[in-house]
Design a protein around this ligand. Structure first.
Ligand code: F6P
Length: 461
């Protein structure tokens, strides 16, 4: 193999450049040239395939910095599906014209679903990334628990998951963790700590909404910031018990901090934050408003009198506030754990292509004896009977729904990821970079400007 392509698809995550870097460095060792395809699948669908050479003369270009957040080759939420046969054939032809013999797709569940049809026409492998940490399986048989069933209210069949296993071991998890998750949790947990002091000082209830769609890993990891209550999308809210717990905590400590995953669901299983009733190009629900919906619930259930007692607040509306951690959890410099995993997965993805693998996923496996190591799995193993790959959910055994906190196993799951996740260089970077006087008089220098100068195009045939 002489030349391969690489692209980043879906929402950005902090360690994308680190994954690209790992792949390009390994490629240099193998004497392989790496071509970055601009803006994910949308770059592939452009007949000119805008692209950049990432290691001309066997040297990594200086713009590719593994410590930079975002992705120097751009990303998009454009995907391809199996019905687009003509487009798929055109993509394979165009890649061959550039001399590309295999493609590394860096992405999450949307990307891997998009990669499936392409792999029938062109060799592809996936290097996982997603702050949601939802790419993988709790155990190997999990895809077989999905059933596609007719739904009286929907115009097409819907997916339902049959009850799965009650217990798992950490060693059977397929793809233990994805790059981007640790940095996002780092931001969320700090957010919880910062909101805490305001809630505490002003005797308020702070509700913090974190991302993750239907997967609650970000909310689970936020436990490091010590919120009083964590609500995961995977466990339907038991409103009376929740209200009782909030009231008890408020009475005790005069404030409460609650973390909610954006996909949390009410007693009937309906997402509280699905207020826009719309989806993105990959078919994912666009969540918004879970924290606000929870505020509404608590405002109604606790009532104004609960807060008026002892002159705490004039009413419940004033006492309860909501904040979204928002896109700050997806952006910025990746912490050490993410950089290290990402570059190893990038290197592994390159190896898989060189070994002539197709439709394979580079993974991170955890064992008690060896910790985290890179491995791989055939993407087909992640698909259900209808060929769909579903986001992984937090296994019920990771959450203690009585205490609204991670369970013992949930804590055991988090520890190998986070105990040494922050490097001394991460702290040194904050110390020396943020308040650098030069920041005040130098304009931000965007990577897009430099990369633009390197972009090449195919002449359409
Ligand atoms: O999948 C990553 C993710 O950050 C989700 O957690 C979140 O719901 C979504 O992307 C937000 O997407 P966008 O940036 O397109 O609003």
């Amino acid at each position: 193999m002489k030349r391969i392509g690489i692209l980043t698809a879906g929402g950005d995550t902090p360690a994308l450049n680190a994954t690209i870097y790992g792949a390009v460095q390994r490629a240099c060792e193998h004497g392989v040239e790496v071509i970055g395809i601009m803006k994910g699948f949308s770059g592939l669908l452009d007949p000119r395939i805008p692209h950049v050479r990432l290691n001309p003369l066997g040297t990594v270009i200086p713009e590719l910095d593994p410590c930079l957040g975002g992705t120097l080759i751009g990303a998009s939420r454009t995907y391809i599906d199996e019905g687009q046969t003509e487009e798929l054939k055109k993509i394979a032809r165009s890649l061959e014209r550039i001399g590309i013999e295999g493609l590394i797709c860096i992405g999450g569940d949307g990307t891997i679903n998009g990669m499936q049809p392409l792999s029938d026409y062109f060799p592809c492998v996936l290097a996982p990334k997603t702050i949601d940490n939802d790419l993988g399986l709790n155990y190997i048989d999990e895809p077989n628990e999905w059933v596609l069933e007719p739904d009286a209210e929907a115009d097409k069949p819907v997916y339902n998951k049959l009850p799965g296993r009650n217990e798992i071991t950490l060693e059977e998890i397929i793809n233990y963790v994805t790059p981007g998750y640790a940095t996002a949790v780092f931001v969320c947990a700090q957010g919880v700590q910062r909101i805490r002091t305001t809630a505490e000082s002003h005797r308020r209830i702070g509700i913090i909404e974190v991302m993750g769609r239907q997967s609650g890993y970000l909310a689970l990891g936020s436990a490091y910031g010590q919120p009083d209550i964590i609500l995961l999308p995977e466990t339907c809210i038991d409103a009376p018990r929740l209200v009782e717990r909030v009231a008890a905590l408020y009475t005790l400590q005069k404030h409460v901090v609650i973390v909610v995953g954006e996909g949390i669901r009410d007693e009937t299983g309906c997402p509280l934050g699905d207020t826009r009733n719309s989806v993105d190009p990959a078919g994912n629900i666009l969540y918004s408003g879970a924290a606000e919906a929870l505020k509404y619930l608590l405002t109604k259930q606790l009532g104004d009198d609960f807060f008026r007692k002892n002159n705490r607040h004039r009413n419940a509306h004033e006492a309860i506030f909501t904040r979204k951690v928002g896109h700050t959890q997806r952006g910025g410099r990746p912490i050490l754990f993410d950089r290290s995993c990402a570059s190893q997965l990038g290197g592994k993805a390159l190896d898989l292509l060189v070994e002539s693998q197709n439709n394979t996923v580079a993974t991170l496996q955890w064992t008690q004896d060896n910790g985290l190591t890179v491995d791989s799995i055939a993407a087909n193993k992640l698909r259900d009977r209808w060929r769909e790959i579903h986001p992984r959910e937090v296994h019920p055994s990771f959450y203690d729904a009585q205490r609204f906190q991670p369970s013992r196993l949930g804590i055991d799951y988090l520890r190998p990821i986070f105990t040494h996740a922050i490097g001394t260089d991460d702290m040194e970077f904050i110390r020396t970079d943020l308040f650098r006087p030069g920041n005040l008089y130098t304009r931000y220098q965007s990577i897009n400007v430099d990369i633009q100068k390197r972009i090449q195009m195919l002449t359409p045939q």
